[in-house]
Design a protein around this ligand. Structure first.
Ligand code: UGA
Ligand code: MN
Length: 318
């Protein structure tokens, strides 16, 4: 009988100890929670988080993307759409090099949830200006027709929506480059009547092509190795433009008439001079965009399959 009581008492203590542990654990974890919440509200943490998130209140950035049909098109546009989704003040102006809008691009826009902040346009490059099969990519300018179409659309859109009073920014966002979300935070700092500039990685035969500043932070020129004699010797990915410059200078556009590598200069000569450009990206020391180029995939087996009347992507959008 005594032994039975002793066993019961022992059980009672074991249960008590377990309950005690559970109580201490639950109290300490709720305190952790509170501490976390407090940490989340810590002004320093809030500032850090907000600095990390793209500026939601910034000017609208019209990102102009010329794009054309090829096996990697959907992959390229998927990468771009996912950057744009992360930056709420970007409006995507997609211009297809085609004589009509395609389902592939329309599907991509709707699947990425960007219908409300994008427009799908088309402008076909004239056949005599289009690169043919084995042409080297530098033989003819790319994106001329499409970017001009986008500039027309933006000028009209801003005029109709009272955009003259509202400051916005225009950026040429090619479909194959690699963009950091931070780049758009930098662009949001572009002032009225200014062209913002920053370094571009992996372009012009260099690791980085960048504006050269003097001690007062004025742009003196560029470190370009390729055709440094150009008035603006740097890549399309390295600048963005305040909308009032685009509205005030309707003659500013791209042209087939200029030498290779002169598209940037052709547009910018109407808008600014080098010394007046606004250096961004930490006084032009941060690289936030890379002029990557996607290798054309080898599709030999696919070609054989097509010859035999089949294809691997039958009924699929790749
Ligand atoms: C370099 C620059 O980065 C471009 O901004 C510039 O337009 C080009 O040189 C030039 O001098 O014309 P690169 O990488 O050689 O660019 O050119 P791509 O990326 O092949 O083409 C630029 C844009 O035009 C891309 O968005 C591409 O999708 C589009 N494109 C290209 C077309 O719409 N149609 C084409 O037939 C080819
Ligand atoms: Mn490119």
């Amino acid at each position: 009988m005594n032994q039975e009581i002793r066993i019961k008492t022992k059980h009672f203590y074991v249960v008590l100890v377990i309950l005690g542990f559970l109580l201490i654990y639950s109290l300490s974890s709720s305190r952790d929670c509170d501490e976390n919440n407090q940490a989340l509200e810590d002004p320093e943490f809030v500032a850090e988080r907000e600095a990390f998130l793209p500026n939601q209140k910034g000017p609208t950035i019209y990102a102009i993307t010329p794009t054309y049909s090829r096996p990697v098109q959907k992959a390229e546009l998927t990468r771009l759409s996912q950057v744009i989704r992360l930056v709420p003040n970007v409006f995507w102006v997609l211009v297809e090099d085609a004589d009509h809008n395609t389902d592939l691009v329309a599907n991509l826009i709707s699947r990425s949830g960007l219908q409300e902040r994008s427009v799908q346009l088309f402008a076909k490059t004239p056949t005599n200006m289009k690169l043919q099969g084995k042409d080297p990519n530098w033989l003819k300018p790319r994106g001329v027709e499409q970017r001009n179409k986008a500039l027309d659309w933006i000028r009209k859109h801003l005029a109709e929506s009272g955009g003259r009073d509202r400051h916005s920014v225009i950026y040429f966002m090619d479909d194959d480059n690699t963009y950091s979300t931070d780049l758009f935070i930098e662009m949001s700092k572009i002032e009225r009547n200014k062209v913002g500039v920053w370094p571009v990685g992996l372009v012009g035969g260099l690791m980085v092509e960048k504006p050269v500043l003097n001690r007062d932070g004025i742009v003196l020129g560029f470190n370009s190795a390729w055709r440094p004699e150009r008035p603006f010797p740097f890549d399309m990915a390295g600048f963005a433009i305040s909308s009032d410059l685009i509205l005030d200078n309707p003659q500013a556009q791209f042209s087939y008439e200029v030498e290779r590598g002169y598209q940037e200069s052709e547009l910018l000569r109407h808008l600014t001079i080098v010394h007046e450009m606004q250096p961004l990206a930490n006084k032009c020391t941060d690289v936030l965009v890379w002029h990557t180029r996607t290798e054309a995939p080898k599709l030999d087996a696919e070609k054989l399959l097509i010859k035999s009347g089949k294809r691997s992507d039958d009924g699929l959008e790749v």
